[in-house]
Design a protein around this ligand. Sequence first.
Ligand code: NOJ
Ligand code: CA
Length: 709
Amino acid sequence: MKLKGYVLLLLLLVFSCAIGDDNQVTLSTSSPNGDIKVKLQLNTEGAPFYTVTFKNTTIVDTSFLGFEFLKAPELKSGLKHIQSEVSSFNETWEMPWGEQRLVENNYKYIKATFEEIQSPNRQVIIEFRVYNDGIGFRYEFPEQKGWTEALIKEEHTEFNLTENYKTFWIPGDWDIYEHLYSTTKLSEIDAQSYIPKTNLAQSYIPENAANTPVTMVGENGLHLSFHEAALIDYSGMTLKVDTANLTLKSSLVGSENTAYKVKRTLPFHTPWRTIQITDNAPGLIASNLVVNLNEPNKLGDVSWFTPMKYTGVWWEMHLGKSTWDYGMELVDGKWTDTGKAHGKHGATTENVKRFIDFSAKNNIKGVLVEGWNTGWERWIGFEDREGVFDFVTPYPDYDIDEVTRYAKEKGVQIIMHHETSAATQTYEKQQDTAYALMKKYGMHAVKSGYVGKILPKGEYHHGQYMVNHYNNAAIKAAKYQVAVNAHEPIKATGLRRTYPNIISREGLRGQEFNAWAGDGGNPPEHLPIVAFTRMLAGPIDFTPGIFNIKFDDYRKDNQVNTTLAQQLALYVVIYSPVQMAADLVEHYEANPEALQFIRDVGVDWEKSVVLHGKVGDYVTIARQERDTGNWFVGGITDENSVSLEVDFGFLDEDAVYEAIIYKDGSLAHWNDNPLDLQIEKQTITKASKLTIKLAEGGGFAISLKKKLN
Ligand code: NOJ
Ligand code: CA
């Protein structure tokens, strides 16, 4: 990888802080463009606090920082300033795959060491990094005498906000992010209104908190999104909402098994607490704050993983056409074919070959096979799930040797599936064997799953135990050249920069809810919110591309709540280096004209440009494919129709492009007429502008191939 970087060490302001009579101290810095200013201070009690302004308006007012420990006094006041460094950093790094190839990482920082004036004289370093698109800050506990282990009961990081923002939020569930978003005033957030939950395998919402990213829009167009970066060996942070004081407070995910929430040996630092700050919605999506705050690539060359579109034995199970399980029985602890096979098993050699043939014909490089291994008869609703799944034993009707041989012959890769059923110890014990099996077959990507209550009992999906489980699984997988796409995961925090085999994840209400949710599925506003919330965290395995929108042959009471044109647009709007063409082969074959877009669309990008955006309403993104230089544009809207002017000024100078435009027909509507799709061909240049009408719940997709002169 070519890394072009330089460090600007301007140790300008070391000790330039004003140390007042009462041990007060003020350290300040700004973003490189000067719009964002941060001050880190100690008050008269020696309590650290910070403030943030954007274009001279205070957006985070006096907000205190501190910790509560088990078996040690709290650390939130009585500090003195020891030393600090105020400087800047600038580099450009390259994404091995991503929304763009080159990323600028340019910030100014304050790194300040504080020490308790009185015994036990503990030290903490607080670091702020200020970018043009937001801020990140974290705590570091350096090696020090007499303090070797920290048992953190709670982190007390505050975000004292200055406006009652319009807020797009999901509850601070300790187990799952698969909730619909609410749009309310900050003062009206009520996470517990989500109890009782529906359709969820597991959910725990202990207090009025939100999961991040949580995004806010102000009266004057200020856009903020709160999240975290580099979540390693720590528990996930939810944001507790003090609705009366418009203040968010960190509230870490805990465990029933310990009186603390995080256990660490010193030295260590916390994840970064991040605020993306822009004055327009597209700027949130364009922001690289979260990845930039992560460490550089530790894996080196990961070219064994190639971004790809994929199909698979998946949607058919969610529709009820076939099943994951085969119909085996546990006899003396062994899965046995006792002649009770029900004949609806989906992952058969023959069925997978259909997907391989279809993919090979349609420029799709991967096929996911779910339900290939024994154990599915007991995967959900059982208390005792340890030891039920293994990740090496195929069902009798799945010939893994033959399938992988055939796939190779056709130039397609099989994507492995490991549903752990949240039985983490079974999975940890088997990971080496499971990844080695993949290596043997030349499989380089696995989709993993964590449906259900975590085993060991008392742990939560987003606590420190699981953060370590997810991260360790990815690190181990890398040793076998395996890339990971986890479902029911911990949230993305930009770790893909450090471990670029962490390719994608779920971590939201995905397409599957449209197949079976009892609440009508994902409403049309879902994805126009997701693009400005969940997607700011990182790649999403949303599994778009459902052509048979109503699927009445399978489930009369469910449907996808978008138009067909929007399903195409999602390949561009929703970013993931693995992008599923999720529908059944027969549904694609019935509509070859629309399928052409899925055949053509890229999946790895040189650059991305966000053309329009309004959080919760609509978004348009243009992306240029790395290898070909072709451009693709996708736009989606919520339940309201909208006309958007696409200005093609992002195209190359002097080039002429052959465009295929897939847009909602004049009668299109997500519910009344979702299949009304109009396809047009047109010549487009950098000077072109097109006004496109998106229907209610609709969208558009455009492919632009350079014409050869
Ligand atoms: C839930 C996942 O979200 C889904 O994609 C998968 O098919 C099932 N678990 C089974 O693993
Ligand atoms: Ca799921």
